[in-house]
Ligand binder design. Structure first.
Ligand code: HEC
Ligand code: HEC
Length: 352
């Protein structure tokens, strides 16, 4: 009788240890005025998953020589871009050829990288790990290191109920963390909510931003909203804004194989744009004023596959914005800065 009781307790203890742990749902804070993001149904956000994803994001264990993490090239102080650098440098000192991208409000995006080559954040995570110019590792080696770590085995068990960590859970955890990085509390947002007011110059910049550049329009506008409009300040499409008359980087065209996509790039969000210099896929412009000057008079109408909405911007004479107009546009772009990513402890490196 007593032996039976002991066996019963032992069996209960064993099955208890095997029981898939319960997770805590993560309460995503969506900025006021944003629609709820379309989150992936097969990867529900949990506190365990998000915190594990954050740890992985900041852990150099993902790179071959354990010197570089995702956070090395995506710094909270720069709206998750690479510390003001034009091109990123990988662990072998190899230099990339595209400018690092900000990571905010990605839950609303459906294609990632400047050329859109990754359809999901979980798939994207495997790319920098294996890129010889970035972390120069193999997925197999990463999984070996993670499975050798009692801490990671425990964290993956608690987040996903797996005893052996595979690429799938690695991707899901990183995806969960990146989905939580939201930004929507700039001076402009507070202006919309009525808790703060844009000044006269910023208001004029807003008007120019949303104004038609049509020379017959009653007031001068800058046509920016066609591609950078809406709450996210991007149309979430791939467009060519006329940077070059001869395209050197094929952009989306290399991914789709379609001639009509050559020279098209992901239209970037302009939120937090003051934090993410230099600008464009190749970081060619150092300052926002250089970008504004480009749109004012430097865009190439003959660029292959240039977007039709660039028509009025590239007409002879360009936008015709005087210095005061350009300063107003700059003031408005600066009013899109939200320091929450830098200040929110949730996004910070947990190893610090
Ligand atoms: C060596 C620097 C470097 C490292 C390390 C790095 N990235 Fe990046 N990241 C970049 C660059 C550069 C781009 C743009 C590349 C392109 O478009 O081809 C980018 C783009 C991205 C994007 C696309 C954002 C968008 O709006 O489409 C995401 C997401 C991202 N990185 C996440 C990560 C994650 C997760 C890791 C770690 C597994 C990581 N990065 C490691 C430099 C880096
Ligand atoms: C036809 C669509 C289109 C229009 C109109 C447009 N843009 Fe852009 N914008 C883009 C694309 C696409 C890029 C990225 C291009 C690249 O890197 O190849 C970009 C890049 C930028 C960048 C740099 C972003 C970064 O993260 O590097 C800024 C700033 C910007 N645009 C501001 C403006 C302003 C201000 C206006 C109005 C004067 C404007 N844009 C009009 C499509 C457009």
């Amino acid at each position: 009788m007593r032996l039976f009781a002991i066996i019963a307790i032992a069996v209960a203890a064993a099955s208890c240890a095997d029981e898939v742990p319960t997770t805590t749902p993560f309460a995503l804070v969506v900025p006021q005025g944003f629609s709820p993001p379309p989150l992936p149904e097969d990867n529900p956000l949990t506190v365990e998953g998000v915190l594990l994803g954050r740890r992985l994001f900041y852990d150099p264990i993902l790179s071959r020589d354990s010197t570089q993490s995702c956070g090395s090239c995506h710094n909270t102080g720069f709206s998750m871009t690479d510390n003001g650098q034009r091109f990123s440098v990988g662990i072998t000192n190899a230099v990339g050829d595209r400018n690092s991208m900000p990571l905010h409000n990605l839950a609303y995006h459906s294609a990632f990288f400047w050329d859109g080559r990754s359809p999901t954040l979980r798939e994207l995570t495997m790319v920098p790990i294996q890129d010889p110019r970035e972390m120069d590792n193999t997925i197999q080696a990463v999984l070996t290191s993670l499975n050798a770590s009692p801490t990671y085995r425990d964290l993956f068990w608690k987040a996903f109920g797996v005893k052996t960590i595979s690429a799938e859970e690695l991707g899901l955890a990183a995806e969960q963390f990146m989905l939580t990085i939201m930004s929507g509390n700039s001076k402009f947002d507070r202006h919309l909510r009525g808790t703060e007011s844009l000044n006269a110059q910023e208001l004029e910049g807003l008007r120019l931003f949303n104004g038609e550049a049509n020379p017959n329009a009653p007031m001068r506008g800058a046509d920016c909203f066609h591609c950078h409009g809406g709450a996210l300040f991007t149309n979430n499409k791939f467009t060519n804004n006329g940077l070059d008359s001869v395209t050197t980087d094929p952009g989306l065209g290399a991914v789709t194989g379609d001639q009509n996509d050559l020279g098209k790039f992901k239209t970037p969000s302009l939120r937090n744009i003051a934090y993410t210099a230099p600008y464009m896929h190749d970081g060619r412009f150092q300052t926002l004023m250089q970008v504004i000057n480009f749109y004012n008079s430097g865009a190439h109408a003959n660029s292959p596959n240039i977007d039709p909405s660039m028509g009025d911007i590239t007409r002879p004479g360009g936008l015709g914005l005087n210095l005061q107009d350009r300063m107003a546009l700059l003031a408005f772009l600066n009013a899109l800065s939200d320091p929450s990513i830098e200040n929110d402890t949730l996004f910070q490196n947990p190893f610090n």
